[in-house]
Design a protein around this ligand. Structure first.
Ligand code: ADP
Length: 522
């Protein structure tokens, strides 16, 4: 090849290398040179030849392109070629060249050049010496490769790795090597990157909690064999003494035969989160205990107070004056209200502490049952209730029953005296969820209060007008939030309100009964 280039230099006026057609070279050589020029352009690698005898430098077309210089207007020379490198890189370049000549050895460096327009390009330059019979270096043949694109991608990857604040790893399964990126050393408690484990075995010994080994193996096997998602929590000893919780995520690469050859992943420190969750679980347990104690220790005495006051009133009604009777009524009502308040508060507290237990639940049967339970109130209010055949969904049956009950009870309670209460219950199947609605033609809610009423103790009326504790809708909101849904109301004052709520689908939700026709209620 060198011989071909020298020949080319000789026959073309040195820098017209692309104009092979006009040279005296044989056709086969012209074809080879054309192909070479094409390969260089495609691969972004140019070649150069530094002749030490006359201190001349030859550049192939691609070297000109890499330098952003015009093939016809520029004559390369060694000094200018070195000057093309950034000032801070020049010394290394000069050193590499002189060392190569001195030691008669090949060299390689990765540095940056600046084009005449100011654009910086990342290049890899490689070269090897040519020697004469007396073992003296006569020339250097070299290549220069523009790696700016790769370099920018690497920089982007490195920046993303640093920004993610995760330890990033790359395991070559065949070679059994482990590479790290980003802030891995710092995150895993090592002083230097080179101290990081270099094999998975090393990782298991140096970092992994012995009790988590099985779990990690299982996750690898499930991912490699069945391509299951790899996302587990592990304990790693980042200080050599104490373990911290990390979330490990990974993605493998498989060969055509299904064998995993590489797996890359991240380790995120989630220790504080796990600790907070543990504390939360503890405090939930405390809350649950409180709720149970309160249920027994508060409800029972309250019931006795109310009961005995009632007995006192019934037995001694004749002996009591009007004023005493009035006070007694206040006390009985107060005890009853307190009982309801305690009951509602307990419900809210236990909702917070217990979360939900989702199962497949036939809402249609539940609704019919609930309406039967409310039959007396419905009759008393002379209410008309229309409802669709509701679907079977995955939800917490007790809590969702309670929610329907609360909303229907409110729709009955907040009816007007001037209109026959009419309540409609239905749903729509949306893309990700079921959207239910309970519509009434009652007193309505001012638009500016439509969000507030879902907060604890938010009531828009006096107790004497409408009884209640102001907790019911807060319970509904919490219930729906625990199901991953949303609840809201659309209302017009004195026209009525529609409460909407959604219950997201579960993969295995059974919605076979969703197409039920509208049925008339009671
Ligand atoms: P409670 O009914 O015990 O007061 P809720 O939390 O169930 O408590 O409701 C909060 C407030 O929202 C009620 O006090 C009432 O003012 C208003 N509200 C709830 N449902 C309706 C409805 N269907 N129509 C009109 N107002 C309603």
């Amino acid at each position: 090849m060198t011989c071909l280039i020298i020949q080319l230099n000789a026959v073309t006026n040195r820098h017209q290398a692309s104009k092979y057609e006009h040279t005296a070279l044989p056709q086969t050589q012209k074809t080879i040179l054309k192909a070479l020029s094409r390969i260089e352009r495609i691969a972004n690698i140019g070649h150069w030849y530094y002749d030490l005898k006359d201190n001349s430098l030859f550049w192939s077309e691609e070297v000109f392109r890499i330098h952003g210089l015009d093939f016809d207007d520029y004559t390369p020379n060694v000094d200018a070629a070195i000057d093309a490198y950034l000032p801070q890189d020049r010394e290394t370049v000069e050193l590499a060249l002189s060392k190569a000549i001195e030691d008669k050895e090949s060299f390689e460096f990765q540095k940056r050049i600046r084009r005449p327009g100011g654009e910086v390009r990342h290049v890899i330059a490689r070269g090897e010496c040519e020697l004469d019979d007396k073992n003296t270096v006569t020339a250097i043949f070299g290549t220069i490769q523009d790696i700016t694109k790769i370099k920018l991608q690497e920089e982007l990857y490195e920046l993303a790795a640093l920004g993610s604040n995760a330890a990033l790893w790359d395991w070559d399964v065949k070679k059994e090597t482990l590479r790290w990126a980003g802030n891995s050393a710092e995150i895993l408690g090592f002083k230097n990157k080179k101290d990081l484990p270099q094999t998975t075995e090393d990782f298991a010994i140096k970092l992994l909690h012995p009790d988590d080994r099985k779990k990690l193996n299982k996750a690898f096997v499930a991912h490699f064999k069945n391509q299951e998602e790899f996302a587990i929590d592990l304990r790693l000893s980042t200080t050599g003494k104490h373990y911290r919780w990390f979330k490990a995520r990974a993605q493998a690469q498989w060969e055509a035969n299904g064998r995993a050859i590489r797996i890359c992943g991240s380790l995120n420190d989630v220790h504080d989160l796990v600790e907070t969750q543990e504390k939360l679980a503890e405090s939930n347990e405390g809350l649950r205990e409180f709720a149970t104690i309160a249920a027994h220790d508060l409800k029972a005495p309250l019931r006795s107070i109310g009961g005995f006051l009632q007995i006192l009133k019934d037995k001694h009604i004749a002996a009591l004056g009007d004023e005493a009777l009035e006070y007694l009524d206040y006390s009985i009502n107060g005890a009853n209200d307190l009982g309801v308040l305690v009951e509602d508060l307990l419900q809210y507290a236990s909702l917070q502490a217990d979360g939900i237990t989702p199962t497949e639940f036939n809402l249609d049967k539940m609704l019919k049952r609930s309406l039967r339970t409310m039959k007396a109130t419905i009759k008393e209010k002379n209410a008309k209730i229309d409802f669709e055949k509701l679907p079977t969904v995955i939800c917490d049956e007790h809590k969702i029953t309670r929610l329907f009950y609360n909303l229907i009870e409110n729709a009955l309670k907040y009816s007007t005296k001037t209109r026959t209460p009419h309540i409609e219950i239905g749903y729509k199947k949306k893309i990700n969820n079921y959207q239910f609605h309970i519509r009434d033609n009652g007193i309505g809610i001012p638009p500016e209060k439509c969000e507030d009423i879902f907060l604890m103790f938010q009531r828009l009326h006096k107790k004497t007008d409408y009884t209640g504790t102001g907790i019911g809708l807060a319970i509904c909101k919490k219930t729906i939030a625990l199901h991953g849904g949303q609840i809201w109301v659309e209302s017009e004052l004195d026209r009525g309100s529609t409460f909407f709520f959604t219950i997201p689908f579960e993969d295995d939700a059974k919605d076979g009964e969703k197409d039920g026709a509208k049925e008339e209620g009671q």
